[in-house]
Design a protein around this ligand. Structure first.
Ligand code: DC
Length: 216
């Protein structure tokens, strides 16, 4: 048995992975890290510091200066922050600067849940439970649009769908830790599921993984 029970929840933008990770955290009493927030913070804080998002060294400096107490800013939840995050996330230097924070979180004695793009492939490749949560671009656009509208952002579904397609292409097409399912991840397509249904399905996947982990 490996030392701590880590649940890796990866998937594309607005697939439902964040909600599923939060709900699994409540079910299992485990701490949850939304790793997308780290990249969002690097993007927004780099812009505030006047740094060019395409400059790997400059944005890596922002990443190196990031700490947990800086993550609570609602500005990191906006549409612009998601776009900025996806742009800084292509830099291996930025990813390297965020690695130790994520690995430390994953290494907590009691276990942990992390959601993101490369948790099962790079951050915690030995995680006993790996989910790859996905949904069609149209369904994800509708979900993200509802979320952004509730936050007061004036944007059309068509614009959000275009954003999602650009983000998918950039996140999957980059050289550094591209978005892809780990070979041992269980695929969960939530396109036709309510959040309760998706949480139940995720829980069953985790229960099966936990039984294997306990027996090993
Ligand atoms: O999950 P999210 O939409 O908050 O993520 C924002 C961006 O951050 C996403 O487009 C790509 C990047 N990201 C990443 O490269 N690796 C992660 N583990 C998490 C997010």
């Amino acid at each position: 048995m490996t030392s701590s029970f880590v649940i890796a929840v990866d998937g594309p933008a607005a697939s439902g992975k964040g909600t599923i990770a939060t709900r699994l955290g409540a079910i299992y009493g485990l701490p949850v890290l939304d790793t997308g927030l780290l990249y969002r913070a690097v993007g927004v804080l780099s812009l505030r510091a006047g740094r060019d998002l395409d400059d790997a060294a400059a944005t890596a400096k922002t990443a190196a200066g990031l700490s947990a107490d800086l993550l609570e800013d609602p500005a990191f939840r906006t549409r612009a922050a998601g776009e900025a995050a996806s742009r800084v996330a292509v830099h291996p230097e930025v990813r390297a600067a965020l690695l130790a924070f994520q690995r430390d979180f994953a290494g907590q004695a009691g276990g942990a849940i992390l959601d993101g793009r490369d948790i099962g492939t790079v951050i915690a490749p030995d995680a006993p439970a790996k989910l790859y949560v996905t949904a069609s671009p149209e369904v994800r656009a509708e979900r993200r649009w509802k979320q952004l509208t509730a936050q007061g952002e004036g944007v059309s579904i068509e614009e959000v769908l275009a954003d999602i397609r650009i983000r998918d292409a950039r996140d999957s097409g980059r050289d550094a830790a591209p978005l892809k399912p780990a070979p041992d991840a269980v695929l969960l397509d939530t396109s036709e599921m309510t959040i309760d249904h998706a949480t139940d399905a995720a829980r069953r996947i985790v229960e099966a993984a936990r039984a294997r982990w306990t027996a090993s």
